[in-house]
Design a protein around this ligand. Structure first.
Ligand code: SF4
Length: 242
């Protein structure tokens, strides 16, 4: 089994497609920074979001970079944050869950209740991710994500731009048409910091108890909430998107 970043960087066609899509994504980010101020990148610390962080930093765009600390993130993710803050010379903006939502949930259902049903899993994601996201997006005119159409069945028809009715602002997915190979080519060509778990066959990383490594032949989202069916595997941050 090959690691996702084990790719041939001398592949001329790959370099050409990465350069073309980088230009396209940069143009879109510039437009967002100009026409949709205040805008924010919801940074999940994925390789896609690190790519976007790199573009925003290079272009010195006026786009906020925020992340959600669910309280259940892997150690490697915190290590990545420290490395990224050093690399880019700026602190990320953090949002945390409300204690008055998390504490009753844990007291009533238990510390790992998210494994018991889709409803309890979604309730945990709501308290630890969705509610903090809503606070982070309040007052913004646009938010940016690193989602790609190829990532899962739930994202197959992902648009580059769509009005997010649930949060009441424009949503942009500048990497919607990027392949995993192209993302990794950008990361390697530009020496962008990434989560060390990717070197241990974790292609998609979220909270520690809800993320595992994948094996040969598995989908790249197979390691997220692996006890659920593919069509339920969204945390609620993006579930209302077409
Ligand atoms: S990914 Fe898991 S631990 Fe994290 S908020 Fe969702 S259910 Fe809770």
């Amino acid at each position: 089994m090959r690691l996702p970043h084990a790719i041939d960087l001398d592949d001329a066609a790959l370099r050409e497609s990465v350069a073309r899509k980088t230009e396209s994504a940069t143009t879109l980010l510039r437009r967002i920074a100009t026409d949709y101020r205040p805008a924010a990148l919801a940074n999940s610390l994925s390789v896609e979001d690190m790519l976007l962080t790199d573009l925003i930093h290079r272009e010195r765009l006026d786009i906020e970079n925020f992340s959600l600390d669910t309280g259940r993130l892997p150690t490697e993710t915190y290590d990545l944050i420290a490395a990224a803050e050093t690399r880019y010379g700026r602190k990320f903006t953090w949002y945390y869950p409300r204690h008055d939502l998390v504490e009753p949930y844990v007291r009533t259902h238990g510390i790992n209740a998210f494994r018991e049903s889709v409803e309890l899993r979604r309730a945990c994601c709501h308290a630890r991710k969705v509610e903090p996201l809503q606070r982070a997006l309040a007052g913004k005119r646009a938010w940016i994500t690193g989602m790609r159409a190829q990532q899962s069945a739930t994202r197959a028809h992902l648009p580059e731009q769509v009005f997010d009715e649930a949060n009441g602002l424009e949503k942009f997915n500048p990497l919607a048409d990027w392949t995993e190979r192209e993302v990794w080519a950008y990361i390697r060509l530009n020496d962008v910091p990434y989560n060390a778990l990717h070197d241990r066959f974790y292609p998609s990383i979220g909270c520690a108890p809800c993320t595992r490594a994948i094996t040969v032949g598995e989908d790249i989202r197979a390691g997220r909430w692996w006890w659920e069916r593919p069509e339920t595997k969204e945390c609620g941050l993006h579930a209302k998107q077409p």
